[in-house]
Ligand binder design. Structure first.
Ligand code: CTP
Length: 408
């Protein structure tokens, strides 16, 4: 059973909050409601209390509640805070960080994930100010659902309708699944560290990229994606929210990891930019350095062999390390076949990474199960013994947890 704190804003769609409570209860969740002053014009505390079978909180100034349950406690004891309907005004106050009523105070004080389901007039939804506020909230890590399109209570037509309660409940279940630290089974080497990374978002890239030559051919490399997938899985087991941007590989998604599949380096760069902000980025992908200026049609075998014209791909690691909203910890990998540590040390500075994990790929590492790595940081080089990729992943995940604790 999960506990949901549902903030009901003021709008005609507030009546759908009643149906949402019913659905969430049916799915086995406990729901406690905060009703804004605006919301109380559309639904009564009595309705919400009856459906949630709990007290409904309406004011910051209820001395009895502050004695029994302060707004801080109210905001912390839930697993997820949901705002539905989220009006234009409520979204604006959230984006500005105001705390001028119980709802916004709870939203500012919470340490839990927040999901907002907007509902407003189509013009209000498409207004530049609302767009700015939604973009701000999303970059603050809040999930803002897209409203539905259709006829509105005010007689206009367009985007701005509250999503159907079923769809909101699905989004709530998805957010809860992401927020929950994965249970660590007996014998898991990370068991003593469960939830060390809870509340953090870590971005991982993995696998090769494919750069099309024509509709049937591509340039690729031998990366299997195994090391990156193992790292993503280890980070999730430590409780991080993990976004894994994966090149074309046939590997299963590790439990609890949010996976985005891409094919080319440019798609990977876009997916990475979209996934930010993150507390840490671990760039394990073997990104193709060059792409081919592709032919629209299949190249036919002629007399002379064709010449491939190459263009340089964006350096995703360098862009993340030097770009705005830089994660607190940026980690690159360096696959080298000679002078491993020397090349990796130079790469760390050149790309602006905090750490480089250098691996010697002169043996059977590409596609194999083991890896010999050197961790190159500002304070020096640490050489790890040859280890299974899963153990390298666990060790690195623990080091990331140590480091994030140390970097405010
Ligand atoms: N990387 C990246 N984007 C690229 C190329 C590389 O994000 N276009 C990242 C990789 O994910 C890895 C690190 O940069 O974390 C090092 O990649 P590597 O290919 O070894 O570096 P290069 O700059 O290509 O250097 P080299 O000349 O050794 O190939």
């Amino acid at each position: 059973m999960k506990r949901i704190l549902l903030i009901v804003g003021g709008g005609i769609a507030a009546y759908k909050a009643a149906e949402l409570i019913r659905l969430l209860r049916k799915r086995g969740h406990a729901v406690r409601c905060v009703l804004t002053d605006g919301g109380a014009h559309f639904v009564t505390p009595m309705t919400l209390a009856a459906l949630s079978e709990d007290k409904v909180y309406t004011t910051l100034w209820d001395l009895k509640d502050e004695a029994e349950m302060g707004h801080i406690q109210l905001s912390r004891e839930a697993d997820l805070v949901v705002v539905a309907p989220a009006t234009a005004d409520l979204l604006a106050r959230m984006a500005a960080g105001l705390a001028n009523d119980l709802a916004t105070t709870v939203l500012l004080a919470t340490d839990k994930p927040v999901l907002a389901a907007p509902a407003m007039n189509v013009r209000m939804w498409s207004h530049a100010a609302t767009k700015r506020n939604v973009a701000q909230l999303r970059s603050d890590g809040i999930t803002v659902l897209e409203p539905d399109e259709g006829p509105m209570a005010c007689g206009e037509f367009g985007a701005g309708r509250l999503p159907e309660p079923d769809a909101i409940a699905d989004a709530i279940d998805a957010a809860l699944a992401l927020a929950a630290p994965l249970p660590l089974g007996d014998g898991d080497p990370l068991a003593s560290d469960a939830a060390r990374l809870s509340g953090t978002h870590v971005l991982v890239t993995a696998g090769p990229t494919h750069e099309p030559i024509d509709p049937v051919r591509y340039l690729a490399n031998r990366s299997s994606g195994r090391q990156g997938f193992a790292i993503a899985g280890a980070l999730a087991r430590l409780g991080a929210r993990v976004t894994l941007v994966a090149g074309p590989v046939g590997l299963p998604t590790p439990p609890g990891v949010d996976r985005i599949d891409v094919e080319t380096a440019r798609q990977m760069a876009d997916a990475v930019a979209d996934a930010l902000p993150a507390d840490a980025a671990v760039m394990v992908a073997a990104v193709a350095d060059w792409r081919v200026l592709p032919s629209a049609q299949k190249i036919k075998k002629g007399e002379a062999a064709p010449t491939l014209v190459l263009a340089e791909n964006p350096d995703i690691l360098a862009a993340v390390a030097r770009g705005p909203g830089r994660p607190r910890l940026v980690i690159g990998f360096a696959a080298e076949t000679e002078r491993v540590v020397e090349h990796a040390t130079a790469k760390r500075t050149r790309k602006g990474a905090d750490w480089i994990v250098a691996n010697d790929v002169s043996g059977d590492v590409m596609g194999g199960d083991s890896n010999t790595v050197h961790l190159v940081t500002e304070s020096g080089i640490e050489s790890w013994e040859r280890l299974p990729k899963a153990v390298v992943a666990n060790r690195l995940a623990q080091r990331i947890a140590d480091a994030l604790k140390g970097i405010a």
